[in-house]
Design a protein. Structure first.
Length: 507
C-alpha cells in the first residue's frame, strides 16, 4: 500500500507510532488482567471492541483499550485495585442503552462490563423488596415480582433492555415517575466497589439513616464515584385498578395547559404523557394502537388505585380536559386496550425513526407552568433550523423529550442538529428548569452544565468527585465540566447570578 502523498511523512510516522504504542499497552494490560479473570473474559480485537464504542447516543464513538467481563465481586475489586495502581481509566457499562454518552469509552482505559451480574438474589414478598445484581433488566424485576402481586415502579421506555445498574447511574424515570418517583425514590440501598477496591453499602432498610445521604449522591452520579455491584429496590403492590384516559387536542399548547390544570386540581396521575402530531402519526403507524391521527396533540393520563378512587379521578381529569378545549376523550375499555395504548407511547422513539434517516433525542426538564411557552419556542427554533421536531415527553413532571429529525448524510446537518439541541437545553435552564430529567449528562450535555451552574457549584462538584476518586479514573470527562471548558464554551457567568427571564413565573 502506498502512502497518501497529501499527508506529510512525519504525520504518517507519528500516527504509526501512536498506534503501535496503543497496541503495546493493550497487550500489556491484557496480560496483567489475565491474572484476575479468565482470558476469554477479556475482549481486545477490533471486532470484539466495536459493539462497545458507544451507548444509545451513537453520534459519539470511541474505542477502549480493552473490555473486561468479570463475574464476581472479588474480580471487580481486583480490577479496580489494578486500575488505580496503573492509572488506567475505568468506565462501567451495563446494557449500553443510555442516551447521553455516559458509557462512552475512554480511549486509554478499559470498559468494565457488568452483563454477567444478572441475577435476582432475593425477592422478599413480606417486606417488599428485591436484592438484585446491576445487570438485571429493569422489566425482569417486575416480571419476577408480579406472581407475588408486586412490581418495581420506575419504567423507562427501554425497560425491556436497560439494567438496574444503569438506572441507578442515571437516576432513570419512566412514564410512571410522576406519582411513584425516579430511581432515587425506589432504591433502598446499594453496594459499591470504590476505585481503591473497597466494598461499601449506602442506604438502609428504614425510611432514613444516620449521616449524609450517600445513596442519593450515588444515584445519578453516572459511574463517576464507584461501581455498583448490588442494589436493593423497593417493590410496590400492583394497583387493584388502572385506567387510561386518552385526550386529543387541536394544539400542543392546549395540551400543555391541560397538564398544569390537572395537577392544579389536586390529581396526581400515575402517568401523564404528551405526544404531538408527528409522534402520534409515527406511533400509530408502528403500533396500530388506535390513536386519533388528526389530533395536534394527545395526553395519555393513567389513574391507578382503589376502584372508587380511580373512578373519581377519571371523572375529575375528564372534567379538566373538557374545560381545556379537548376535541375527543376516550377511556380504555379493557386491560388489553390500556396496554395497547401504552405500547404506542413506549414505541414512539423507534417509531419516529421511520420518519427520517436519523433523529436526536433531547432530555431536559422545565416547570410545568412553562410547557406552552417552551413548546412554542421549540416550534420557532425548528423552523429557524429547518429541522422537524417530534415531541414525546413526561408532561406531568415537565421532562421533555424532543426528537430532532435529520439526515447525518447531509454535510453539516448533524452539527446543526446538535446546535439546536443545545439551544433547547439552554431554553430549559432559562425558564427555571434543568438540562436533564432522566438521561443524565454524560458527554452530550457537559457544555450546557456551564449554563446551569456557576463556578462555585462546579467546584463543589469536583470536590465530591475527588473525595471518592482523587485520581479521576472512574468515567473521566463525564457529567461535570472543568472550569476551563466552561470558559471556552463562553457560558460562565452569562447571567451574573441572576435568573434569566425574571418575568416568567416559576414553581
Amino acid at each position: 500500500m502506498s502512502a497518501n502523498p497529501s499527508v506529510p511523512l512525519a504525520e504518517i510516522l507519528e500516527t504509526s507510532d501512536i498506534l503501535a504504542d496503543r497496541q503495546q499497552r493493550r497487550e500489556r494490560h491484557a496480560i496483567a488482567l489475565q491474572a484476575i479473570v479468565p482470558e476469554e473474559a477479556i475482549l481486545s480485537t477490533v471486532e470484539q471492541l466495536r459493539p462497545y464504542e458507544s451507548d444509545g447516543l451513537t453520534a459519539m464513538k470511541a474505542t477502549p483499550l480493552l473490555v473486561v467481563l468479570p463475574d464476581t465481586i472479588d474480580q471487580i475489586q481486583a480490577i479496580m485495585r489494578w486500575a488505580k495502581s496503573n492509572e488506567v481509566p475505568v468506565v462501567a457499562r451495563g446494557a449500553g442503552t443510555g442516551l447521553s454518552g455516559g458509557a462512552l469509552p475512554h480511549e486509554d482505559g478499559i470498559i468494565l462490563g457488568l452483563a454477567k451480574f444478572n441475577k435476582i438474589l432475593e425477592l422478599n414478598e413480606e417486606l417488599g423488596f428485591a436484592r438484585v445484581q446491576p445487570g438485571v433488566r429493569n422489566l425482569a424485576i417486575s416480571d419476577a415480582a408480579r406472581p407475588h402481586g408486586l412490581y418495581y415502579a420506575p419504567d423507562p421506555s427501554s425497560q425491556i433492555a436497560c439494567t438496574i445498574g444503569g438506572n441507578v447511574a442515571e437516576n432513570s424515570g419512566g412514564v410512571h415517575c410522576l406519582k411513584y418517583g425516579l430511581t432515587v425514590h425506589n432504591v433502598l440501598s446499594a453496594t459499591v466497589v470504590t476505585i481503591d477496591g473497597d466494598i461499601m453499602t449506602f442506604g438502609c432498610d428504614g425510611h432514613d439513616n444516620e449521616g449524609y445521604d450517600l445513596l442519593a449522591l450515588l444515584t445519578g452520579s453516572e459511574g463517576m464515584l464507584a461501581v455498583t455491584v448490588e442494589v436493593k429496590v423497593k417493590l410496590l403492590p400492583v394497583p387493584p385498578v388502572a385506567k387510561l384516559v386518552v385526550a386529543a387536542f387541536d394544539s400542543v399548547e392546549a395540551a400543555g395547559d391541560a397538564v398544569g390544570e390537572v395537577i392544579a386540581a389536586g390529581i396526581i396521575p400515575a402517568g401523564l404523557e404528551l405526544m404531538d402530531k408527528p409522534a402520534i402519526i409515527a406511533a400509530e403507524a408502528f403500533a396500530k394502537c388506535g390513536y386519533p391521527t388528526d389530533a395536534a396533540a394527545l395526553l395519555l393520563c393513567e389513574l391507578d388505585g382503589l376502584a372508587e378512587e380511580v373512578d373519581a379521578q377519571v371523572a375529575g381529569v375528564s372534567e379538566v380536559f373538557s374545560r381545556c378545549s379537548v376535541t375527543s376523550l376516550h377511556v380504555a375499555e379493557s386491560e388489553e386496550e390500556r396496554l395497547l395504548l401504552w405500547k404506542g407511547r413506549k414505541s414512539a422513539f423507534p417509531a419516529v425513526g421511520r420518519l427520517a434517516p436519523d433523529y436526536y433525542c433531547i432530555d431536559g426538564t422545565i416547570p410545568r407552568k412553562q410547557l406552552s411557552y417552551v413548546l412554542q419556542r421549540m416550534d420557532e427554533m425548528s423552523a429557524e433550523y429547518e429541522l422537524p421536531i417530534a415531541n414525546v415527553f413526561h408532561a406531568g413532571d415537565g421532562n421533555l423529550h424532543p426528537l430532532i429529525m435529520f439526515d447525518a448524510g447531509k454535510p453539516g446537518e448533524l452539527h446543526r442538529t446538535e446546535e439546536l439541541g443545545s439551544r433547547i437545553l439552554q431554553l430549559c435552564v432559562e425558564v427555571g428548569g434543568t438540562v436533564t430529567g432522566e438521561h443524565g449528562v454524560g458527554v452530550e450535555k457537559i457544555n450546557e452544565m456551564c449554563v446551569q451552574f456557576d463556578e462555585n457549584t462546579l467546584t463543589q462538584f469536583h470536590s465530591v468527585k475527588a473525595a471518592f476518586d482523587p485520581e479521576g479514573l472512574l468515567n473521566p470527562g463525564k457529567a461535570v465540566p472543568t472550569l476551563q471548558r466552561c470558559a471556552e464554551f463562553g457560558a460562565m457567568h452569562v447571567h451574573h447570578g441572576e435568573l434569566p427571564f425574571p418575568e416568567l413565573e416559576r414553581f
